[in-house]
Design a protein around this ligand. Structure first.
Ligand SMILES: NC(=O)C1=CN([C@@H]2O[C@H](COP(=O)(O)OP(=O)(O)OC[C@H]3O[C@@H](n4cnc5c(N)ncnc54)[C@H](O)[C@@H]3O)[C@@H](O)[C@H]2O)C=CC1
Ligand SMILES: N[C@@H](CC=O)C(=O)O
Length: 804
């Protein structure tokens, strides 16, 4: 015999109730021996409770009661609920007159929901010529008199059940009301939370059923609640012990009391979905999974109470007093954590009991307050408990680090010594993000990295294309899901928590909205987006003013924009401090040498104690292209310059390259990597733009490029033979001091020299160090261009995903 239990959502009008009948019919046709246990249909119990509340306050309830009746009869006009409806009418009338009700009355009211449900299903089955027998569990399950949460009297109930089934068995389908029972005085009682499940497992136990099938509206037990964690996976099989942990920690389709009768008789429990009943669901048996299961469960509606006091140190019996005082008021403590100094004790209670718990403890510790042994008892109301079942402390650092990285700081945590469960108390507003972060970390599910990209010009636009093109591969190879949730220019942002797609350019035009940085932070927060990275592909100083705010709100930073690193040294230090305080990272490899691995190399050399004595080279890709081509070919300066602009080598405003600012910035960035505290004003720059052309808009300048031709024709002709022009940066001097010398200048070098041989848009960096002596470490390669730069930014993003 199998016991089938159907929950309220399965029995709701429409697809639910139709499918329930279909499932039962299917089993009967296959000659399966079954017993059916039913909850009240849809929201029936809540509705009845609502009407009862109204009636008890003598408020009008008739309209709601009529709607209730209408729902029960909707589509089932042939069914006679006169008796149940009359009972309800009388009960509500009485409550309304009295202006109050007892738990006993409430049980009588609620029981009508299960009776109506079982009566309906019995008749619908009979209409299909199935031998169905309405079974009122009040004649079977006998309980004590604790209305609202009655305890079954096992012996008596078992005897009743067995005798009923001996009478009505064979091919009959007994359709049993769940949740309701009666006491020895024949008064209606109910079995409390999860009561219908309890009825089903009691029947399974008494009848020694082969399996209990619990039909819900989900496909089984998941690694986490799929409503909160979209990546949650179904668990195929788990043991009662593991299920018990889940039940204890709040998995709401299981409850400890419903499992115990099954464990006793070793009866498997299968969690199934009415709406997808061919799915095998989750099977719970006595055998443990070899690898051990992991899953996340959540306790909501809880509060954290904190008792603090210096005088508690070494005092005997403080915990006992807390527990005793709370137990006296029937307040249960689910999680407790205490420092070894005993100065603070934190524990979790049900939210609706928190105030009472505080009052009780204030009374208990009144004299300790006077003696100043206890300094305060506080309640943190909006908290939730996350339990990682199957997690021990050996690998706990992974989810824990991921939480900290995402600015979720648990308020309290504890572990079970043997059960391999770790529980964390987090602020309720952080629950969603915390669950997703932990889940991504403990299961081998792609870790989601949420990217906000600012600036989608040459570099930013290319980066987006590169990410979209390779994201699938990266997800497969590295289990990292790069999700671009925001793309912004200076005016508009396109937001999509599920990630933009290849039509992003059109979407910005059509769906982009004007924004402030706060809007983006709020969006990420509201959608609980984790592992946030902001990527600055603008050339804007104004945008760098957002960096601090982004860091404070949990974003790591990646930037191709050089401005933030070349503002005042004070800002430079302040930003690093902010990053450290918030445990955030800032990567900017493309700031010098585009995609070349320069900054990383210099950082490593410096960190390892290698004395860097000088860095010299062609720092600008666009000016490299300009002078390499101009020196070797007989063409106009303006023509070659325009070519460098067209190839995307220059800054958005090409004057930034020609005036030497861009090289100056790069030089300063390297100097600061060596812990020098130079300011931008310290850089000696040879400005390549003749004075008369420096003012005005970029466009005006571009229209006057021809004016540069004579100047550079002359410079070219005045060189020694076999020499070429190179625009170089040079960081030199005693670099162990506070500041170094920074020069940016146009030089004429022999064509055969290392600098003279540079080609195309290549940059070359010569790094002189004490160990390497006169032979510098040389890094050379494309120093500009959207594709290489975007690739470099992409590299920084991936590096950050690994750091997490
Ligand atoms: N092109 C290259 O070879 C290299 C460029 N870089 C840097 O990459 C950055 C981007 O360069 P490109 O893509 O060539 O420039 P771009 O002019 O093509 O694109 C810049 C984008 O930033 C947007 N923008 C400007 N202010 C903004 C703000 N406040 N908020 C949001 N968006 C804003 C603009 O609307 C534009 O879409 C620059 O900082 C540049 O120095 C770094 C290394 C190499
Ligand atoms: N404009 C820059 C681009 C890279 O930083 C250059 O030419 O090097």
């Amino acid at each position: 015999m199998k016991v089938l239990k159907f929950g309220g959502k399965s029995l709701a009008n429409g697809k639910g109730i139709r499918t329930v009948i279909e499932i039962i019919e299917d089993k009967v046709k296959k000659d399966e021996k079954i017993t059916v246990v039913l909850s009240a249909r849809g929201n029936t119990t809540d509705e009845l409770e609502g009407i009862l509340e109204k009636a008890s306050k003598s408020k009008p309830y008739q309209e709601q009661l009529d709607a209730f009746k209408k729902y029960q009869l909707d589509g089932f006009k042939s069914i006679d609920f006169t008796q149940e409806f009359e009972t309800l009418d009388k009960l509500f009338e009485g409550v309304s007159l009295l202006g109050d009700y007892s738990k006993r009355i409430k049980d009588q009211v609620l029981s009508q929901g299960e009776v109506i449900s079982a009566k309906l299903v019995t008749q619908l089955l009979q209409e299909k010529n199935i031998k169905a027998n309405f079974t009122d569990s009040r004649s079977l399950i006998i309980t004590d008199a604790q209305f609202g949460d009655a305890q079954p009297l096992d012996k008596l109930s078992k005897k009743n059940v067995i005798s009923h089934f001996n009478k009505h068995n064979g091919s009959t389908v007994n359709v049993v009301t769940g949740f309701i029972a009666s006491n020895t005085n024949n008064e209606t009682t109910t079995l409390g939370r999860n009561g219908s499940n309890y009825t089903a497992s009691l029947l399974a136990n008494y009848l020694e059923a082969e399996e209990l099938q619990n039909f819900t509206h989900v496909n089984g037990i998941y690694t986490a609640n799929p409503d909160l964690v979209p990546d949650a996976r179904k668990i195929e099989k788990l043991s009662f012990a593991e299920a018990n942990e889940l039940a204890y920690f709040g998995a709401n389709i299981l409850h400890a009391k419903t499992i115990i009768p099954l464990i006793e008789k070793n009866i498997p429990l299968r969690i199934l979905n009415t709406f997808d009943y061919k799915n095998k669901g989750t099977l719970i048996t006595a055998t443990s999974n070899e690898k051990g299961i992991k899953s996340l469960s959540v306790l909501e509606h809880v509060a954290l109470i904190n008792l603090e006091g210096r005088g508690l140190l070494g005092k005997v019996g403080v915990d006992a007093r807390i527990f005793r005082a709370l137990a006296h008021k029937n307040i249960s403590v689910s999680i407790i954590s205490q420092g070894s100094s005993e100065r603070g004790i934190g524990f979790v209670v049900e939210a609706n009991k928190a105030k009472e718990a505080k009052t009780v403890l204030e009374q208990e510790f009144e004299s300790d307050f006077h003696k100043r042994d206890v300094s305060g008892i506080s309640i943190e109301e909006n908290v939730s408990v996350i339990s990682i079942i199957g997690q021990d402390l050996s690998t706990f650092h992974k989810p824990y680090n991921a939480l900290i990285k995402n600015q979720v700081i648990p308020l309290l945590f504890n572990n079970t010594v043997t059960g391999a469960t770790i529980s964390l108390v987090v602020k309720k507003e952080q629950l969603h993000r915390a669950l997703n972060v932990i889940h991504g970390e403990i299961f081998e599910i792609a870790k989601k990295i949420n990217l906000a990209i600012f600036g989608h010009g040459l570099v930013g636009g290319t980066l987006i294309e590169q990410i979209l093109k390779s994201s699938e591969q990266i997800e497969k190879r590295k289990k990292i899901n790069l999700n671009i949730f925001a793309v912004a220019n200076s005016k508009k942002v396109l937001l999509d928590k599920n990630g933009i797609n290849e039509h992003w350019k059109n979407s910005i035009d059509e769906k982009g909205i004007s924004y402030t940085i706060e809007d983006i932070v709020r969006y990420a927060d509201e959608h609980h987006l984790e592992n946030l990275i902001a990527i600055d592909n603008t050339a804007s100083e104004a945008f760098t003013a957002n960096y601090m705010h982004l860091v404070e709100h949990g974003f790591d930073l990646v930037s191709s924009n050089k401005v933030a690193n070349t503002l005042s040294f004070d800002f430079y230090k302040e930003l690093r401090k902010k990053l450290e305080d918030n445990q955030k990272q800032y990567l900017y490899e493309t700031n010098v040498g585009a995609g070349l691995p320069l900054i990383d190399t210099i950082k490593l050399l410096h960190l390892s104690g290698e004395n860097i004595t000088r860095i010299k080279g062609v720092f600008s890709g666009s000016l490299s292209y300009l002078f390499n081509t101009y020196s070797n070919e007989n063409r106009l300066f303006s023509e070659v310059l325009q070519e460098a602009i067209d190839k995307g080598f220059t800054e958005p405003d090409p004057r930034e390259d020609l005036c030497g600012n861009d090289v100056g910035r790069k030089l300063l960035i390297l100097a600061r990597e060596l812990d020098l505290s130079n300011e931008f004003e310290d850089v000696n720059i040879h400005n390549l733009i003749p004075e008369g052309l420096r003012q005005g808009e970029a466009q005006e300048f571009l229209e006057k490029l021809d004016n540069l031709n004579l100047v550079y024709q002359k410079v070219k002709e005045e060189q020694k033979p076999n020499h070429v022009l190179r625009y170089i940066g040079d960081l030199w001097g005693d670099l162990s001091k506070e500041k170094g010398n920074l020069d940016v200048k146009l030089v004429s070098v022999p064509q055969s020299s290392a600098l003279g041989q540079v080609k195309g848009s290549d940059s070359i960096f010569e790094i002189y160090t004490e160990s390497y002596g006169d032979q510098p470490i040389v890094i050379q390669g494309a120093g500009a261009g959207a594709a290489v730069t975007a690739r470099g930014v992409f590299g920084d993003i991936l590096r950050l995903t690994e750091k997490g």
